[in-house]
Every structure is written in structure tokens, then in C-alpha cells.
Ligand binder design. Structure first.
Ligand SMILES: [Ca+2]
Ligand SMILES: [Ca+2]
Length: 228
């Protein structure tokens, strides 16, 4: 069990909630830390990490590691080979028994009206010919439903909901003016899946008659939504 505890996968940002929600424009920074636990030096260490298919390999960037390595990528599988590392074991040299590799990557682009799939990541660490040590699994889920990006009712993406958004929506629905920003979700105030005159009525009722705020999904969030 000690070996498991010393061989970890970490991700930044961790994100919020169990799904690790994060802004899709952010870069995921993964680090794999390893330690030679026990009584023998590890002459070579190999780390294998298979990328989630929803990650964009064009954005893969290797970060500095604790020791020199050679790197190969076979499709989605990343392999760091640290032969000749001569990593001391934890009993003879605890401070020297640690190492890490790291990389950053972004999720594949997805239209902002669609949901992202969860991104799982686990690494496998091989010390010489010993059996594999499998790290913990980290989870991230990109989401456009970051209040900084998607705020139904804030049709013009000004950062707040006001009568200017009603005017913007009227111009779009009846006068074929500019579409809601950054995508239709901000204009789909009643979360029906489309932007129509019903959304204008909904927004008017909210702003001037104290009716329900935009979208149930937003109602259930801890954010306080006001029309100013
Ligand atoms: Ca606005
Ligand atoms: Ca709608």
C-alpha cells in the first residue's frame, strides 16, 4: 500500500464538484510522481499514460521532469523512458527516491451548445521488471456552464442581465441582428433548446414582473442572479 501512496497522478486545475468541472479554454496540467519504495535501487523507470480520446494531442506539451528521459507517443499512449536513472530506494535514500514527469494538454474543441465528456486519466509506472504500479485516477469535465462563460439571460455577454439584453434578443429574433453571445445558450432563457420569442417574454417577465430567473439549471446554482 505504501508504494501506491507514493505513486500519484495529479491534475491542475482540480475543478469543482466530483466531476472536476473546469473552463474548456484552460489547460490541464498533469503530473505523475513516483517513488522507489523498498530496498533496491531502480535502474530504469518507465511511465505509461494513455490519453483520453477527448484530449487534443495537437496541444500536448511536455514539461520538465525530475530526471532525463526519452519520450515516445504511440497514438494516445505516452511513454517516458528513464533508463539509467538509478533511482535510490526509500530506505537507503528517501529524498533521492522520488521523481516526476509532467505534461499539459487541452480538451478538443466542442461547440458551446454541446456538453463535454468526462476526461479520466491514470498512469502506470514500471520499476525495472517489477510489476506495474497503477496510480489513482483523476477526473475533469470541461463545461461551458461556467458562470463566467454561459449566463442565460446575459444575451450580450456584458456580465449582467438588464433591459439591454431584452433589446438585444428582440433585435436577434425579429430583426435578424447579431446572435446571442458567446452562443445561443445565453439567449435560450427558458432552456427550451432554441432561441425564440418565448425567450423574450420569459426575460421580460423576469426583469419587470419578478418571475423566474433564466433556466432551471441556473436557478439550482448557488449564484444569485439579478436583473438590473
Ligand atoms: Ca447583459
Ligand atoms: Ca428558448
Amino acid at each position: 500500500m505504501q508504494a501506491l501512496a507514493q505513486n500519484l497522478k495529479t491534475v491542475s486545475p482540480v475543478g469543482w464538484e466530483e466531476q472536476g468541472y473546469y473552463n474548456p479554454s484552460d489547460t490541464l496540467r498533469y503530473q505523475i510522481v513516483f517513488q522507489k519504495v523498498g530496498e533496491d535501487t531502480a535502474f530504469g523507470v518507465t511511465i505509461r499514460d494513455t490519453l483520453d480520446a477527448d484530449l487534443d494531442t495537437n496541444t500536448l506539451h511536455l514539461s520538465p521532469a525530475s530526471h532525463p528521459f526519452t519520450f515516445t507517443r504511440n497514438g494516445l499512449e505516452l511513454v517516458w523512458d528513464l533508463q539509467g536513472i538509478n533511482l535510490p530506494d526509500s530506505q537507503s535514500n528517501e529524498p533521492g527516491s522520488h521523481g516526476f514527469v509532467a505534461y499539459s494538454i487541452q480538451v478538443k474543441n466542442t461547440p458551446c451548445d454541446q456538453e463535454f465528456a468526462p476526461i479520466y486519466n491514470t498512469a502506470h509506472i514500471y520499476f525495472d521488471s517489477n510489476s506495474v504500479v497503477t496510480t489513482n485516477t483523476v477526473l475533469n469535465t470541461a463545461t461551458w456552464w461556467d458562470p463566467l462563460i454561459i449566463m442565460p439571460g446575459d444575451v450580450n455577454t456584458s456580465g449582467s442581465i438588464s433591459s439591454a439584453d431584452i433589446i438585444y434578443l428582440v433585435d436577434y429574433v425579429f430583426r435578424s441582428q447579431a446572435a446571442p453571445l458567446p452562443c445561443a445558450a445565453n439567449g435560450d432563457v427558458n432552456c427550451s433548446g432554441a432561441v425564440t420569442s418565448s425567450d423574450i417574454i420569459y426575460l421580460v417577465n423576469y426583469c419587470f414582473k419578478g418571475s423566474w430567473p433564466p433556466c432551471d439549471i441556473v436557478c439550482s446554482s448557488p449564484m444569485a442572479w439579478t436583473c438590473n
